[in-house]
Design a protein. Sequence first.
Length: 98
Amino acid sequence: MIPLTRPDGTPFLVNPDRIEVIEEMPDTIITLADGKKMLVRETATEVATRFHYYQRSLHVDSRFGGRRAYDPPTDHDPAQYEHPNRARLHPYTETTRG
């Protein structure tokens, strides 16, 4: 969802996947996929920028859990490597059961 502002100053959120057209003449009018039109304070460029950053945030989140450039090579012993943002995995044994 991207935050936008109505002409009276009240903020609201819009699902950017539903946006079909953004027109600026001189007010910015957003047309949604269902044909509903909304008048907003932001310029068309600002709405497009917010849409762009929303799309980028989706792609960044989809990489979570994958290998990163700062990860060690796969031939390194994982027991010797401790990354501060990842939990340390311990093998399940009878001694870990308590």
